[in-house]
Design a protein around this ligand. Structure first.
Ligand code: SF4
Length: 347
């Protein structure tokens, strides 16, 4: 059991700590094709279906993992630790608290204390020593992966790379052992470089909103002839938009990295998230934004009002959708997106 599973609702868990402890960090992403009945015994049905799927996954597979870390993500999943503690069988369960507002002076100190507590508990439970040298090695590996993912993600706007292919690769980047992942990324770099040019008839978009955790939803966008060439999702650019800086203290480096990554709607205030979107749109040739929230995902539903208004005020074509948690193509969404694109083209 070399996997240390984790659950966070953005990109809050510092994978490097698991790596320095000798584990493969494994992000729990659920399975959209498996019904949520097991988790629904313990969770209310107004909890977002992705989070219920994560618990269904944990109930079925926790025996394959050395332990589970739940990092504080969104408010919906804030109390998951207490629920999982009662119902998910695992030899190690830890709640990692993370800052909600990185602008506060106390955030760095708070996060460092929390990470040190996680390190102490991992060391005691698994008899390992998580040294600064091991953390720095893990950071080096993470940065190598981020660099390759940056190059692959940039190819989306130049080459014929489907939405599903991109998301499948991003899912692997948070679940595979890192050595296997590096080999796969090298293979994909060669393979994608040889692809035909970006296809005529597809429109380039930026995708934002709730994290898309299953590649099947990307087919809905493909069906509407939309190609995601930029995003700010956690199974996506949020993980690799920035590198972890080189600092004497590796925990300080991780804190600086987490504060600088594209901000999710689960954090306060909302301005840094919008600032990132506006900057990336300005630096690219993309004029269209598709925003979406998974049903019952309140952080992104709330934020969408503010974000959409600001994007439209700047002249971007933007649409917000609510989506179901389903592996089948959403025909209604395809129709809406096609109509949105058509109206926009004529306008
Ligand atoms: S989809 Fe939204 S509500 Fe569900 S876990 Fe993610 S941030 Fe939380």
């Amino acid at each position: 059991m070399d996997k240390l599973a984790y659950f966070d609702s953005s990109h809050d868990f510092p994978e490097e700590i698991a790596m320095a402890a000798g584990f493969t960090p494994y992000k729990i992403l659920g399975d959209v094709k498996t019904p949520n009945d097991p988790a629904d015994q313990y969770l209310q049905n107004f909890i977002c279906p992705a989070a219920r799927s994560f618990m269904t996954d944990a109930l079925a597979h926790s025996g394959e993992w050395a332990g589970i870390v739940l990092a504080h993500g969104c408010d919906t999943t804030h109390r998951f630790y207490d629920i999982w503690k009662l119902h998910v069988k695992t030899p190690f369960l830890h709640f990692l608290n993370v800052p909600m507002n990185y602008e506060r002076k106390s955030a760095a100190k708070f996060f460092k204390t929390e990470m040190k507590l996680l390190i102490t508990r991992l060391e005691a439970k698994f008899g390992v020593k998580i040294t600064d040298a091991k953390l720095k090695d893990a950071i080096k590996t993470s940065n190598e992966i981020k660099g390759k993912l940056q190059k692959l993600a940039a190819m989306r706007g130049e080459k014929d790379i489907t939405n599903r292919e991109y998301l499948e690769l991003c899912v692997k980047s948070v679940q595979l052992p890192k050595a296997d992942l590096l080999a796969l990324l090298d293979k994909k770099l060669k393979e994608w470089a040889a692809r035909p040019a970006f296809p005529d008839g597809k429109k380039k978009i930026l995708l934002t909103g709730s994290d898309v955790t299953y590649p099947e939803w990307m087919d809905t966008l493909e069906e509407a002839n939309l190609r995601v060439v930029r995003d700010d999702l956690s199974i996506g650019e949020r993980c690799f938009a920035t590198l972890i800086p080189d600092k004497a203290d590796p925990l300080d480096a991780i804190i600086e990295y987490k504060a600088a990554m594209p901000r999710p709607a689960t954090k306060n205030p909302p301005d840094p998230r919008l600032d990132f979107l506006l900057k990336e749109l300005k630096d690219s040739d993309i004029t269209t934004v598709v925003s979406q929230n998974l049903k019952f995902c309140e952080p992104y539903a709330f934020d969408s009002v503010y974000t959409m208004k600001a994007l439209k005020a700047k002249g971007y074509k933007a649409i917000h959708l609510e989506r179901e948690f389903s592996p089948t193509i959403d025909r209604q969404a395809v129709n809406r997106l096609e109509a949105f694109m058509e109206i926009g083209e004529k306008a």
